[in-house]
Ligand binder design. Structure first.
Ligand code: NAG
Ligand code: NAG
Ligand code: NAG
Ligand code: NAG
Length: 433
């Protein structure tokens, strides 16, 4: 059941080097075959990396050697610090949100990371093409070759099972795009970082690479069971252009074959856990996928249930997703939009990300100015930027392994140390209440 989209229009040829991937049927077909043979039939996917392919521009076949110098010659030296890890980001949005996705990409950019941008099926193909062209026009993205746009999008209706499918789709593409990232983070267009990537990568470099940051609780009160017992059908899985969810008249009991853990849709997942979910031989992730297919709000509960029911992974989970989110006092389950009034609370909490912001809210400009030191339309300067001091263009770059952590790293460190202090860490880990 492949979702056919109309043939994409040819994007305007802006410069000589802007070759459009959407026209490269050859690349599309090859990738399509590779991917389709490897994943189960739920995910019919085509990824269109829009970088010029090897055959077209051989000089672009490898990322810029200035960013990634050959480190072998240094291997005899004793390193002062652990090598920085790398994060794979899936940044998703829907129709009209290409601008927000780009802003979030600039705010979370680091040449060591990998980025996959997903404009869901509610957005027209032209918006996707324009996003790809916008990304292609940024020199550092071309040099590091680490930003891709999903050409064949999925539905990601917030309430049904399509967000799980879209998230696993993105994660599986990222697994294929690069073998060297360590954590997976799924951001939506309303999220924003509260630390620089240099801060985050610096702190993560001191942690074991199998750690997962996942909010979870096995406590299920009446409110939650109202969300967990109904049976739904997400029509985004089988109907074209008709996004809707309908409820069955019957409800089902809570499961007894495994324990349900509810959580939140934002999490920071280790590569080994993502591989377990997508490529693993243990059938738990697929069994649960089938179960969650008919649950409203399945994404917030899927990863927390998989991780806590797995003997292999339940010892790797920290019960905090490093995200600042404020719940509406009168509606405890409903997060409210963040504003300048909460700036201090947000920053002092030591979280790495916050959600949810309104489009171009002034508080985002304040975060750019005071926390990220980012100018509009530019990436966050980091240790890899070699421009003059005060010259934030990052138009001259060097070794991407050099980090320049700032005050954000200290806030994050304090927060993680609190989480890891003995009593708190184990006593809150996949506890059966
Ligand atoms: C990613 O996470 C956000 C919440 O941060 C969620 O709304 C979204 O559905 C998730 N998945 C995708 C593919 O967007
Ligand atoms: C995740 O857990 C932290 C710590 O328990 C909590 O402060 C935060 O509100 C939770 N987030 C969500 C979305 O439940
Ligand atoms: C909480 O939700 C109600 C109803 O949606 C809204 O009127 C109120 O402004 C919200 N409070 C905050 C702090 O966002
Ligand atoms: C920033 O550095 C670049 C490269 O050295 C240079 O071309 C540009 O003029 C500088 N900009 C400012 C404002 O100093």
């Amino acid at each position: 059941m492949q979702l056919h989209s109309p043939p994409p229009p040819a994007p305007p040829a802006t410069t000589a080097t802007t070759t459009s991937p959407f026209l490269k049927e050859h690349t599309r077909t090859t990738l399509y075959i590779i991917i389709i043979t490897s994943f189960f039939s739920l995910f019919f996917i085509v990824v269109l990396p829009f970088y010029p392919t090897r055959s077209h521009l051989p000089t672009r076949a490898r990322p810029d050697p200035f960013l990634f110098p050959n480190r072998l010659s240094l291997s005899s030296e004793i390193p002062f610090e652990p090598a920085p890890p790398s994060i794979a980001y899936l940044i998703s949005g829907s129709s009209g949100e290409a601008g927000r996705i780009l802003r979030l990409l600039f705010a979370t950019y680091h040449p060591k990371n990998h980025y996959l941008l997903h404009l869901d099926l509610s957005a027209p193909q032209t918006e996707r093409d324009l996003l790809a062209i916008a990304v292609q026009s940024v020199p550092i993205f071309r040099a590091a070759q680490n930003v891709n746009v999903i050409g064949k999008a999925d539905y990601a209706y917030p309430r049904g099972s399509t967000p799980i499918s879209a998230t696993l789709h993105g994660a599986s593409i990222l697994l294929r795009l690069s073998s060297n990232w360590d954590w997976f983070i799924n951001l939506s267009a309303g999220d924003y970082p509260l630390v620089t990537q240099d801060d985050l990568l610096h702190i993560l470099s001191y942690l074991p690479k199998d750690i997962n940051f996942v909010n979870h609780t096995s406590y299920i009160g009446w409110k939650e069971s109202r969300r967990l017992k109904p049976i739904i059908v997400d029509t985004g899985l089988h109907l074209l252009g008709n996004r809707e969810i309908y409820y069955a008249t019957q409800k089902r009991d809570l499961p007894t074959a495994f324990r349900l853990f509810s959580g939140s849709s934002f999490s920071i997942l280790s590569r080994s856990f993502i591989e377990f979910c997508i490529l693993g031989t243990d059938n738990l992730p697929r069994t649960l996928l089938m179960y969650f297919a008919n649950m409203p709000y399945s994404l917030p509960n899927y990863f927390s249930t998989v991780v806590c029911n797995s003997h292999q992974f339940k010892r790797t989970v920290i019960n905090d997703n490093l995200q600042y989110i404020a719940f509406n006092q009168s509606f405890m389950t409903k997060p409210h939009q963040l504003s300048s009034a909460e700036f201090d609370a947000m920053i002092l909490g030591g979280a790495a990300f916050a959600s949810a912001f309104a489009f171009d809210d002034p508080v985002l400009d304040r975060i750019d100015r005071e926390i990220l030191e980012r100018s509009p339309g530019k990436v966050v300067p980091g240790g890899w930027c070699l421009g003059e001091p005060g010259n934030r263009t990052c138009s001259v770059w060097g070794d991407a392994d050099i980090l320049r952590p700032g005050p954000g790293a200290r806030r994050l460190e304090k927060h993680i140390v609190e989480l890891l202090t003995n009593g708190r860490f184990h006593s809150r880990q996949c506890m059966v209440e």
